[in-house]
Write a protein that binds this ligand. Structure first.
Ligand code: PMP
Length: 367
């Protein structure tokens, strides 16, 4: 590699982290702030780790303007774990309405069926998960315990620009949002949310940490079979220390939150995300059909951009050339094929520009 920067990493997750954060963590690996211990070696109940944890939670609350009546929980289990943990805590074994917009919400529906009576309120499956089903047409049941959606479908690249106002749709059910793959890239309208969760391994930090934001009035609904370590009320009552939390993940997340603040916070991340997405979609749309992203314009994700080469026999050559150009992990998810560029907060616009230059050059050579 002749470049002076690290390769640009377009993985959907675990994904690129800010280089500054990685360097900070490396410098503190053996001795955190003169404590004589690395963060992985600290008791989660010691004053050192408690200060790391408190700062991370404080900064996250500020970054996303999380209101005081929401608890922030640092948990384990990942996104798929939450697909079980949410119905165990919120369904009361009753009705759950689910909006399917891609692979992840489909999985959520399948898992919730183990605990609740699940109905699909709307689905874009018929068009291959390429559109956003208009909220006005959702079939919401009056007695539903909650309504679940995935606000950014990482595999299919479909993102909600705004969260639905369930009350305006005649439902008083709380909205549950899986925002794993675009958290901290845009503000969250908390007035419309009952619970939001996110695996850390895209926009936050290492896999293993899962963030849960839960409205306090929803804490008291868990089914008796819910494991204590996954019961939101129990986890909240212990300040996310009922069991040993994923300490190193929380530490890295805290460094990422500080980095985000230095960059200008979520507003700046959103501004950059809009610019990066416009650059990349513009190149795909302007390629004269050499490349295609199939998602309807109003549903296109700013974070995950799946695309296809018109001539798929060139896929291997495209990926090999990309790797040689320092553009890593562009292969699409196995369930959809093609390519996918994930352009999370830590991807600089220079990385997207390098990808666009490569897209143009490859199309010129093979078009
Ligand atoms: N939801 C979304 C939106 C995701 O992108 C992912 C992971 N790619 C998951 C859930 C599942 O997360 P995990 O692998 O941490 O269970």
């Amino acid at each position: 590699m002749s470049t002076t920067h690290r390769p640009y990493n377009f993985s959907a997750g675990p994904a690129v982290l800010p280089e500054e954060v990685l360097r900070e963590a490396a410098a503190e690996m053996l001795d955190w702030h003169g404590s004589g211990m690395g963060v992985m070696e600290m008791s989660h109940r010691g004053k050192e780790f408690i200060s790391i944890h408190e700062a991370a939670e404080h900064d996250l609350r500020a970054l996303l303007a999380v209101p005081p009546h929401f608890k922030i929980l640092f948990m384990q289990g990942g996104g798929l774990g939450e697909n079980a943990i949410v119905p165990l805590n919120l369904s009361r074994g009753g009705q759950v309405d689910l909006v399917v917009t891609g692979a992840w919400s489909k999985k959520s529906a399948a898992e919730a069926r183990k605990y609740a009576d699940v109905a699909i309120a709307a689905s874009n499956e018929a068009d291959g998960h390429t559109t956003l089903p208009a909220a006005a047409g959702w079939q919401l049941r009056p007695g539903a315990s909650y309504v679940h959606l995935c606000s950014n479908e990482t595999i299919h690249g479909v993102e909600f620009g705004a969260l639905p106002d369930l009350a305006a749709l005649g439902s008083d059910a709380p909205l549950v949002v899986d925002c794993s793959s675009h958290i901290l890239s845009r503000p969250i309208d908390w007035a419309r949310v009952g619970l939001a969760f996110a695996g850390a391994q895209k926009n936050i930090g290492p896999a293993g940490l899962t963030l849960v934001f839960v409205r306090e009035d929803l804490l008291d609904r868990a089914l008796p079979i819910c494991p204590s370590a996954f019961e939101y009320k129990t986890v909240a009552a212990h300040g996310s220390m009922f069991n040993t939390p994923p300490t190193y993940g929380i530490y890295i997340a805290g460094l990422v939150f500080q980095w985000l603040q230095r960059q200008g916070g979520v507003a700046e991340m959103e501004r950059r995300a809009i610019a990066k997405a416009a650059l990349l979609y513009g190149a795909l749309d302007g390629s004269g059909g050499f490349y295609a992203n199939k998602v309807a314009h109003d549903g296109r994700s700013r974070m995950n951009v799946p695309f296809f080469l018109h001539d798929e026999s060139l896929n291997e050559a495209f990926l090999a050339g990309a790797r040689a150009a320092g553009l890593l992990q562009l292969k699409g998810h196995k369930s959809v094929g093609g390519m996918r560029a994930s352009i999370y907060n830590a991807m600089p616009i220079e990385g997207v520009q390098a990808l666009v230059d490569y897209l143009n050059e490859f199309a010129r050579r093979h078009g």
